[in-house]
Design a protein around this ligand. Structure first.
Ligand code: UN1
Length: 506
């Protein structure tokens, strides 16, 4: 395939990089495309020796990189953005082929990297600290932000490139160096991204170790989590993974930035524009085949519009085109692998046992277009909000419908799940909107109005509360997690008065 050639992906690829050198190792993992079930290529797994080498190089690089002025670091990230622009089509295709999302979404994912590069370039001149007025005469106080060190980035299969971009681009302008462990389900996308930034690193003679890649299964992630040389671990993935990583990082008093599961709902009020509600709900529930952490999993619909909306929704679901995500006009590609298909089937069964009633039935698709065994039909069930299955995150396109009569009840339903990532309300009524956004409203990190729960722009801080982990990545002031804050008090007088008026005469 031409896009693999253009991205320099070979049949066998080294999976460990120090930014300028690739290290060969003995074991490997294969990457299979969920599109046709066939092996795309092989990536070598990082062993302990290679890991040691990477960490040494990262430590050495940090000593140099942190001293480069931040706007100069921004210039490097600007060049990286240019490289990603050049490779947008090829990388978008690889994302789509290796992960299974539609080509439109694959291209959108690369666009997220380009966008965060632009954001980070501007940020490189805006790493502001505050100045404070001292309570003591002839004193001043101020704070500055310094680079923190090596940032360990652990990413999931569903956004195999963009989430690394959110972290790495910010970390780099902040003066940090990065060690990235991608999902073992999407190692080739990571190798391709690494090769793209490698060009910029080499062209600018930057220190080896600025951008490191390691590959492998959870062992490799565990090495990182336990490694005291990595002050910040930024991990995106399941709540189960985040709880393990968070515990290990906390035990060494490291910093973790966790972006974990979601169980996102849209509230559709009697004042909703139902046209918007349909697009937001269908894309939210079925985009990326229900495998975004921001996927819409629950619709909380006012009883006065419930039947009408349900009818339109069922008809929209029945029009979805499921198939090869690289083909034009396909809305829904495959799930990532057959294990994900099993989880989908199990959740449907459990939902039925618990009393859910399907108005669009789920189905694992078979036939010549679906040979990988990873294609499933997005489905819809009417449920009682208290069903245990409704409180869990199944990474698949299963949408639960529930009814409400009073907005406070709808907001309570929206909030009564363990996760707290994204949420939306569809309304043209200002009181409903403000109630949803108030302190007594949505408890999520993201609260949208008149759109779905997924598809956040990079400019906002991204993340959520409760079992979502509390971390914030990407825009706004999320950069502060990647730096250490230093407060300095300076005495330019001839006396040494103590704070709080304490007397200490010698
Ligand atoms: C994720 O699923 O981990 O808001 C990230 C969105 C995308 C990012 C999702 N911009 O849906």
């Amino acid at each position: 395939m031409q896009f693999l050639k253009n991205l320099n992906i070979n049949e066998t690829n080294a999976g460990t990089s120090t930014g300028t050198n690739w290290i060969s190792t003995n074991n490997h993992l294969d990457s299979f495309s969920p599109v046709d079930g066939k092996k795309i290529a092989t990536v070598q797994i990082t062993d302990e020796e290679a890991y040691k080498n990477v960490l040494q190089k990262a430590e050495d690089a940090f000593k140099v990189w942190r001293l480069l002025p931040a706007p100069k670091r921004g210039e490097i990230v600007r060049q990286m953005g240019e490289e990603f622009r050049r490779h947008k089509d090829d990388l978008g295709r690889l994302v789509s082929w290796e992960m299974g999302k539609s080509l439109q979404e694959g291209l959108g994912e690369v666009q997220e990297i380009i966008d965060i590069c632009d954001f980070a370039v501007g940020l490189s001149r805006q790493l502001y600290g505050l100045t404070m007025h001292s309570e003591r005469p002839n004193h001043r106080m101020y704070e500055q932000y310094h680079p923190i060190g090596i940032v360990g980035i652990i990413t999931a299969f569903n956004f195999p490139a963009a989430v690394w971009g959110w972290n790495a681009m910010l970390a780099w302008v902040c003066g940090d160096v990065c060690v990235w462990k991608p999902s073992e389900k999407t190692p080739l996308t990571a190798v391709a991204c690494q090769k793209i930034v490698e060009k910029v690193i080499k062209a600018n003679n930057l220190p080896e170790g600025l951008s490191c890649l390691i590959n492998g299964d959870r062992n490799v992630g565990e090495w990182m989590a336990a490694d005291e040389r990595i002050p910040l671990i930024s991990a995106t993935g399941s709540t189960r993974m985040g709880k393990e990583v968070g515990k290990v990082v906390a035990a060494r008093l490291g910093r973790s930035l966790l972006e974990l599961g979601g169980n996102n709902a849209i509230i559709i009020t009697p004042n909703a524009d139902l046209k918007l509600a349909i697009v937001g709900s269908v894309f939210g529930a079925t985009g990326t085949t229900g495998q975004r952490c921001t996927t819409t999993r629950r619709l909380i619909i006012h009883s006065s519009v419930y039947e009408q909306f349900k009818e339109q929704l069922v008809s929209a679901f029945n029009q979805l085109k499921i198939g090869n995500p690289l083909e034009d006009g396909i809305h829904v590609g495959p799930l990532i692998d057959t294990h994900a298909v099993q989880l989908y089937s199990k959740a449907i069964e459990e939902c039925k046992v618990q009393g859910g009633r399907f108005v669009v039935e789920g189905e694992v698709l078979s036939g010549s277009s679906y040979t990988s065994g990873c294609y499933v039909k997005p489905c819809i069930a009417e449920v009682d909000s208290q069903l245990p299955i409704v409180k869990t995150e199944t990474f698949a396109p299963i949408l639960y419908l529930m009814k409400y009569d009073h907005l406070e009840d709808a907001i309570a339903l929206q909030n009564e799940v363990p996760q707290g990532l994204s949420s939306s309300i569809i309304t043209t009524n200002m009181r409903e909107m403000e109630a949803f956004l108030s302190a007594a409203g949505s408890d999520c990190g993201i609260a949208n109005v008149n759109m779905g729960t997924s598809g956040a722009e990079i400019g906002g801080a991204f993340g959520g509360e409760k079992e979502t982990g509390g971390g914030r990545e990407s825009g706004s002031d999320a950069w502060k997690a990647y730096m250490r804050r230093q407060t300095s008090s300076i005495n330019y007088g001839k006396d040494l008065p103590l704070a709080q008026g304490i007397k200490f005469d010698l």
